[in-house]
Design a protein around this ligand. Structure first.
Ligand SMILES: NC(=O)c1ccc[n+]([C@@H]2O[C@H](COP(=O)([O-])OP(=O)(O)OC[C@H]3O[C@@H](n4cnc5c(N)ncnc54)[C@H](OP(=O)(O)O)[C@@H]3O)[C@@H](O)[C@H]2O)c1
Length: 389
């Protein structure tokens, strides 16, 4: 690719080009990982889309006469005149405008059978087509990160940027996604691949038991994320129906213990935490969303967790709807064995107005604080306080 001139289309240009096409397609390559990550993390020298091999004639027809397609295979390019008659065994398709020299995007071709995706380097690795896709909030289809990472790690040449991609993506992959990547890479390489140790370390470091207090309201999304990324999670709230609603959205494999207890009731709270540690093992992470008039609840929970004698992290969520000064002045709490972190909820400044955070923004802020181990994370802004709604 180095000797060729590339000016890759943007995601939006690809989306426009693929508008109204009747075949499934997915953004692939480094861009797929960035779509999953939620932002562009590095330069991309190309733009890859993935389609089923059988759909190539339809895509060629859709692109029409203005585009030229070339089969790139073993370092050479050959023009694709009639895609129907070409039996493509390997390689990908490069696309450019007729009479131009700059390449716009690359089409990767996927083998399929009975609506299943088949991994080209080991056809025993398969997955239903419905399970290989993720979609961004604004509707852009992309290939799931663990599959894209398998394509990268499974290649004969793993580049430094692929290693960087793995390192960046691992903290946001779910348990199942990491395990799938581990098993498929291990299968392809008979247990000998440099990524296996890295992925395994990450799987081993998964939180063993997370406790989230007040996890059924605005933090619901954060609770579901913790359920996907920890071995076990316990959730404190009072309302059974709200708890059931949350549980119904969780992955069926998630290990969730609901603790229906009023955190104002110190005796019941202490007893619940004690039983929960006894049943599910030591707690290594606590997310505490406790109303400021019940601060003693945090002390009780922390005393019980600290008694385990092992290290733990506390993410203390502080709301700001009444007073920003109070939030900023909330002292760092000190509990034995605890790494204390604060998540301060502010507001969002828009051109002439300001608004409070949405539940989704709050949960995303909490997840970001945990993934990136922030000691103080301000979600939105706390300044200037007189501009709040
Ligand atoms: N700065 C900001 O932007 C900011 C700050 C704070 C809040 N907010 C907004 O305000 C809205 C309301 O917040 P919220 O805190 O009232 O609701 P919430 O987060 O929706 O609910 C509070 C959570 O704590 C639990 N809880 C409350 N009291 C409890 C008790 N005594 N014992 C045990 N669990 C208890 C609730 O469960 P049960 O109901 O089952 O007890 C729930 O899980 C949120 O939707 C959020 O968007 C915005």
């Amino acid at each position: 690719m180095q000797n060729y001139h590339w000016q890759p289309l943007s995601i939006q240009e690809i989306r426009y080009l693929m508008k109204n096409i009747s075949i499934p397609w997915w953004i692939a390559g480094g861009w797929a990982l960035d779509l999953h990550y939620g932002k562009q993390t590095r330069e991309h020298e190309d733009m890859d889309i993935l389609i089923r091999k059988i759909d190539l004639p339809l895509l060629k027809k859709h692109l029409g006469e203005s585009y030229e397609l070339f089969l790139a295979n073993n370092g050479s390019l050959s023009k694709l005149i009639d895609s129907k008659s070409i039996n493509i065994q390997s390689g990908s398709i490069w696309v450019k405008m007729k009479h131009e020299i700059t390449w716009l995007f690359e089409i990767m071709l996927m083998d399929t059978e009975n609506n299943e995706w088949i991994y080209k380097r080991d056809n025993k690795i398969k997955r239903p087509l419905s399970e290989i896709e993720a979609i961004t909030e604004d509707g852009i289809p992309y290939i799931k990160p663990e599959i894209q990472l398998l394509y990268k790690g499974g290649s004969s040449v793993v580049r430094q940027k692929d290693n960087n991609d793995l390192e960046r993506m691992l903290p946001i992959l779910k348990k199942d996604e990491m395990k799938w990547l581990y098993h498929t890479l291990s299968q392809q390489f008979n247990g000998e691949h440099p990524w296996l140790q890295i992925i395994n370390n990450r799987i081993q470091s998964i939180l063993s038991h997370a406790l989230i207090i007040g996890g059924t309201g605005m933090l619901s999304e954060a609770s579901l994320w913790l359920a996907d990324t920890s071995a076990k999670i316990s959730i404190i709230a009072r309302d059974q129906r709200k708890m059931e609603r949350l549980l119904s959205k969780a992955n069926p494999d998630a290990f969730i213990t609901p603790l229906l207890v009023d955190y104002k009731d110190s005796t019941a709270l202490r007893e619940n935490i004690r039983n929960c540690i006894q049943q599910n093992g030591p707690i290594d992470l606590v997310v505490a969303w406790i109303h400021s008039n019940s601060n003693h609840a945090l002390d009780i929970i922390s005393q019980e967790v600290a008694q385990q004698g092992s290290a733990w992290k506390l993410y203390h969520v502080l709301g700001s709807s009444s007073d920003a000064a109070q939030i900023k002045e909330t002292a760092v709490k000190k509990y034995p064995g605890c790494q204390y972190r604060q998540i301060q909820l502010g507001f969002i400044l828009e051109k002439k107005h300001s608004r409070w955070l949405t539940n989704q923004e709050i949960s995303e802020g909490v997840i970001d604080a945990i993934v990136n181990e922030k000691s103080v994370k301000v979600v939105g802004t706390l300044d200037p306080w007189d501009r709040r709604s």
